[in-house]
Ligand binder design. Structure first.
Ligand code: C2E
Ligand code: MG
Ligand code: MG
Ligand code: MG
Length: 292
């Protein structure tokens, strides 16, 4: 018997299920409820900063789930939703919520820049996610140049026909591609070139080592140099310190994302953040006008 005899949740468990299996099944169940009552779900946005002038370049869309007052981490539920296939429906919800928000910002002339959406391998290999994105962009009158699609290298390990169809559609519609968590998967460099991705996102594990781990310094520098040679731009993930920022900026890494600049936040908080965050040149202008 499942250890909780709670009212409506665990009764369908089989005795043979171990705890992690029970956890999975319960999470899938709760996620099903969340998808029909999407009050529980939200999209958050994490600023991406242009290292050249400190201005906001764009934001990564990150889903948030709050179930009965408890936040569940995407690191926990996304793999479960991928396993069950629910990521396809969840992904649709995220895409729609993010694009609706972007359309609203555009209508109000709030300039957020490019929105970057995470696509999981399951979405790219088992659904028409690219066509759905293209249709949603049309519906919201958002140009393709306003969005980026990010996915990890691991997505490219099994190159199904459906995956290729989705990637081709993105390319045909000039929707930028970003390789997420770069350096942690097994993407061949020749495929990387063939893919024509626009951005490489260096995984935060390498960024964390900057300044205290010579091999991480070297990996970061080599990745930035390689990306340059392949005409790709680089986004550093998980930038938390001044030392990381100056090392990355010095190497010519174009974009910086991390708690050192801003954590992921709600749309309303992003607007407030934007209103009080000046770019360095604006700050300078303010300072010199203060001095008068
Ligand atoms: P990811 O796409 O690599 O996202 C970056 C993760 O790093 C986010 O975690 C973000 O909150 C976190 N992060 C950002 N800056 C820092 C920093 O300075 N330090 C540290 N320690 N962490 C930082 P989050 O939101 O928990 O998401 C985890 C993963 O879950 C994502 O990794 C992505 O793989 C997946 N995920 C999140 N939202 C979505 C989504 O909408 N769709 C899909 N398919 N996957 C998503
Ligand atoms: Mg990402
Ligand atoms: Mg990442
Ligand atoms: Mg990740």
């Amino acid at each position: 018997r499942a250890k909780h005899s709670g009212k409506n949740t665990y009764r369908f468990f089989d005795e043979s299920m171990d705890e992690s299996m029970q956890h999975r099944v319960a999470t899938q169940r709760y996620l099903e409820q969340a998808l029909s009552d999407s009050e529980q779900l939200q999209v958050y946005f994490q600023p991406q900063i242009d290292s050249r002038d400190g201005a906001l370049y764009g934001a990564e869309v990150l889903v948030r789930w709050c179930r009965q007052g408890q936040w569940i981490s995407p690191g926990e539920f996304i793999p479960i939703a991928e396993d069950s296939g629910q990521i396809i429906e969840l992904g649709r919800w995220i895409m729609e919520a993010a694009l609706r928000q972007l359309a609203d910002w555009r209508a109000r002339h709030v300039h957020i820049g490019k929105l970057s959406l995470n696509f999981s391998a399951v979405q790219l290999s088992n659904s028409d996610v690219a066509m759905e994105l293209i249709e949603a962009l049309k519906r919201h009158a958002i140009p393709a140049s306003e969005v980026t699609v990010e996915f990890t290298e691991t997505t490219l390990m099994v190159r199904s026909a459906q995956l290729e169809r989705n990637l081709n559609l993105l390319r045909e519609h000039a929707i930028a591609i970003a390789i997420d968590d770069f350096g942690t998967g097994y993407c061949s460099l020749s495929y990387l070139r063939e893919l024509q991705a626009h951005y490489l996102k260096i995984d935060q594990s390498f960024i964390r080592g900057i300044g205290n781990n010579d091999s991480d310094d070297c990996i970061v520098a080599a990745t930035i140099a390689m990306a340059k040679g392949l005409h790709m731009e680089v986004v550093a993930e998980g930038v938390e310190t001044e030392a990381q920022t100056s090392y990355l900026t010095h190497l010519g890494c174009q974009y910086l994302q991390g708690f050192g600049f801003a954590a992921p936040m709600s749309a309303a908080n992003l607007e407030a953040w934007l209103a009080q965050t000046k770019t360095p040149s604006e700050r300078k202008a303010l300072e010199s006008s203060d001095a008068d």
